[in-house]
Design a protein around this ligand. Sequence first.
Ligand SMILES: Cc1cc2nc3c(=O)[nH]c(=O)nc-3n(C[C@H](O)[C@H](O)[C@H](O)COP(=O)(O)OP(=O)(O)OC[C@H]3O[C@@H](n4cnc5c(N)ncnc54)[C@H](O)[C@@H]3O)c2cc1C
Ligand code: SF4
Ligand code: SF4
Ligand code: SF4
Length: 409
Amino acid sequence: MNINDLSQLRPCTSCQMCGAVCPVAAITIQLNENGFYRPVVDDRKCIDCGLCVKSCYKFDDEIKITSDLGTKEIYAAWAKDNKTVESTTSGGIADLLARELIAQGYKCIGVIYDSEKNCAVGSVATSYDDTLQFRGSKYIQSLSVDAFKTLVKEHKNEKYAVFGLPCQIYAINQFLTLRKSRGKHILIDLYCHGCPSLNLWNKYVEKLLTKVNSKKVISANFRSKIRGWGNFYVVVVVVEGVKYPIEVISKRINDPFYTLFFSDLVLNDSCYDCSLRSTLEYTDIRLGDFWGKSYVTNHKGVSGVTVCSPAGKELFESISMNIDSEPQTFDNFLPYQSYGKSYQYNTALRERLLRDLSNPTITLDTTVATYLSSLPLSSKIKKTLKNLVCLLPNGIIASVKSLFYSIKK
Ligand SMILES: Cc1cc2nc3c(=O)[nH]c(=O)nc-3n(C[C@H](O)[C@H](O)[C@H](O)COP(=O)(O)OP(=O)(O)OC[C@H]3O[C@@H](n4cnc5c(N)ncnc54)[C@H](O)[C@@H]3O)c2cc1C
Ligand code: SF4
Ligand code: SF4
Ligand code: SF4
């Protein structure tokens, strides 16, 4: 039985662990036409060992869901060092943990942006300098099979710390548990909204390069803080210019990448009803943005740090000198996350948008227009109001948000 077995219960998360554990390299990871990574099995090579299935979410009929949040702790935290906060997505805690883990002798796996191939890639860091490229969330699926292969090869002799999405961390946890070496390693995952089609990111980059007449991306920051944390999702892409690099900054409103990402219509199939983003049972620490009413006036960045295991607690305590933190409640945090939620969607519209994104003759603007025109009037009004608020200064946006949260309560 391999991962193609028809007894599967759910869609593939694209975690790629099956490709890493296969002892005969029968599984390769390929992008499907909708822009999601999928394993492809070469049946001539498969020896039917069943290892791939044992790490795979598709077949697990005993997913552990956290029933008692009282066994976990949640903190709001941010790095004392301003430069770290500025160059990371929320409060820079992932960066500090990676630094500490390297100092403690762990090899760290995280995600970097490969500007040659314009994609996110899993990478193994053995020094703090290596981990600097992990900074910043890349809101696309990462090609991580090769990094995971290194972990599979070395997990008995080396200590690993892996930073990844809940679906990746789940699969790694299953593998390490099966091999009886879970206790030696540290797993850190992220609160997760989902991953959009890579065809969206590819078209976004293509449009941007055409606009400034460039051929090559130098770097991509999916969520820059140049307009502050909390109110905007700003993409900053640096591309090669004729004489100097050109910095392209997305608009305050209606950025095509985020418009389609947050439409929830072009996410991976598994992201609509994902149990793994809604459980804390497979990870040591989960990190996210501390959205919601508590830090609405903070424009630098605050991480929500959920301590899920004794090993996670020990690790979090070991960076306490370098952070400011406040114990928090799950009530102040979880309602603003996708945790515990599933998304409803229009199947025909999703298929249409994914098909259009995979069609090189249809522009990204046309796909965005198709989506916007499908919205009911009430959503159009809500969107317009939100856009108007976004044009205000940060301080006033914070006041509007506070008012909104107090009315909602
Ligand atoms: C696809 C995606 C969806 C997310 N959805 C939410 C959400 O709904 N709510 C929320 O609060 N937070 C979400 N996050 C997490 C959030 O964006 C921050 O990563 C988190 O707050 C940690 O930020 P930081 O400031 O501590 O460090 P940062 O320096 O920003 O840390 C980034 C960390 O994420 C890892 N990483 C970067 N890109 C990827 C990727 N594509 N796949 C796997 N790992 C990656 C890096 O290796 C690094 O360890 C999401 C992240 C991603 C990648
Ligand atoms: S969920 Fe992960 S392990 Fe399972 S088939 Fe998909 S990529 Fe492979
Ligand atoms: S069953 Fe074994 S050999 Fe076959 S694809 Fe899975 S891991 Fe590879
Ligand atoms: S929502 Fe679930 S399946 Fe989708 S990327 Fe996040 S953890 Fe993975």
